[in-house]
Write a protein that binds this ligand. Structure first.
Ligand code: HEC
Ligand code: HEC
Length: 337
């Protein structure tokens, strides 16, 4: 008798839990509109949920703060930050992770929360998403890692979780990776790149790649591309392929996007080579140089050897990458960029 009562109560409890879960799910899918089909492109690009759907509770409060931190990074944690002084330059995360990390093919965070912890070749170990955020604080921002239990770190993680709420676990979604460029069959050419820079980029990013501060001096109107206030070597943007993919799909800002790029892929490679040529341009190195401890998983386009093949460092950095890919394929070696 007692047993059957307990059984009944459990049954009712389970049933109500089930109902609750499915109603919650329903609310979620109604409130958010992802993925949306990008009608102008053949592919289904994932878009971020609408910010009006950020919940009005404690979690939502941190989501909003996290988004604010991505947009106004220097204001909060820059060299003159109001909360802390973790960054050593005044760039904002959104300068590279465009539209607060939501724009397709602009290094968006839409699937990030669903794909970490993951193996990272630069460290040759598994990193959490918080570790990965700190990588960007240490490299492009030349800064000091945020404390893992700081309100700022928690807020950024909440924002990324909220962004990716409908994304399948452990999978990429269209638009979260760099735009796929076709390799050119010559080396990317910094000399040609300089001419493109002078024509298409200099008005905003300046003759010395120094960018332009916003009038209030808090952060940039146009962020720097090289020099002491720009990203360090070892940053992903320092790699020619990644920078070219970003530039092709997004620059010149506002006049270009992946559906309607202003530069050809060839021009994007050349200008990325010019920006990232250490023989011409200096960058801060206060956080030391990085090299990949495991040559098997080191990206093919990193600029410093040793490599798993014997092609010279300069060819790894600027290409032509075709022969390297071909050699590696023939020898069953990794071809990852
Ligand atoms: C100079 C440009 C630049 C700046 C500034 C920058 N990042 Fe990044 N970040 C990158 C690039 C490039 C990647 C690699 C993207 C890729 O390979 O898909 C990256 C990767 C990441 C990733 C991993 C994403 C993933 O899904 O694997 C996270 C998280 C991240 N950045 C967070 C931040 C945060 C937070 C800030 C600000 C504190 C920041 N980044 C500032 C360029 C930048
Ligand atoms: C109309 C002004 C404008 C032009 C022209 C322009 N950019 Fe940008 N660029 C920007 C702005 C603004 C950002 C930051 C975007 C943001 O914060 O939303 C940016 C960001 C960048 C970034 C990432 C942030 C950094 O500082 O590393 C790179 C790389 C870049 N631009 C390269 C280029 C290249 C190469 C060209 C020429 C092909 C170019 N840009 C032309 C305005 C411009």
């Amino acid at each position: 008798m007692k047993n059957s009562f307990a059984f009944k109560t459990m049954f009712v409890l389970m049933l109500s839990l089930l109902v609750q879960c499915s109603t919650n799910d329903k609310v979620k899918t109604e409130e958010t509109k992802v993925p949306e089909k990008d009608t102008a492109s053949a592919k289904e690009v994932w878009l971020a949920p609408d910010t009006s759907t950020i919940p009005k509770d404690e979690f939502g409060e941190l989501v909003r703060y996290g988004r604010d931190l991505i947009i106004n990074t220097a204001y909060y944690i820059g060299p003159e930050g109001t909360v802390s002084k973790n960054l050593r330059n005044k760039m904002n995360c959104t300068n590279c992770h465009l539209d607060a990390g939501t724009r397709p093919y602009a290094f968006n965070y839409i699937s990030s929360h669903a794909r970490y912890p993951q193996y990272r070749s630069r460290e040759n170990r598994i990193l959490t998403l918080a570790d990965r955020i700190n990588n960007c604080i240490e490299r492009p921002h030349s800064g000091i890692a945020l404390k893992l239990d700081s309100r700022e770190m928690t807020a950024m993680l909440c924002y990324m979780k909220w962004l990716g709420q409908n994304v399948p676990m452990n999978q990429h979604v269209e638009g979260d990776s760099p735009y796929k460029l076709e390799l050119i069959d010559r080396a990317a050419d910094p000399v040609k790149g300089e001419a493109i820079y002078k024509k298409e980029c200099v008005t905003c990013h300046g003759p010395d790649g120094e960018g332009k501060m916003r009038a209030d001096n808090v952060c940039y109107e146009f962020p720097p591309l090289w020099g002491p206030k720009s990203y360090q070597p070892g940053s992903s943007m320092h790699r020619v392929y990644k920078a070219a993919a970003f530039i092709y799909a997004n620059m010149p800002n506002k006049n270009s996007n992946y559906k309607n790029p202003k530069l050809t892929m060839e021009e994007a490679f050349d200008v990325a080579a010019f920006i990232n040529d250490d023989r011409i341009h200096k960058r801060p190195t206060n956080n030391g140089t990085v090299n990949y401890p495991n040559i098997k998983t080191k990206p093919l386009d990193y600029g410093i050897g040793p490599f798993i093949d014997s092609f010279p460092d300069l060819q790894h950095k600027f290409g032509p990458w075709g022969p390297i890919v071909k050699f590696r394929e023939a020898n069953h070696l990794p071809t990852k960029f």
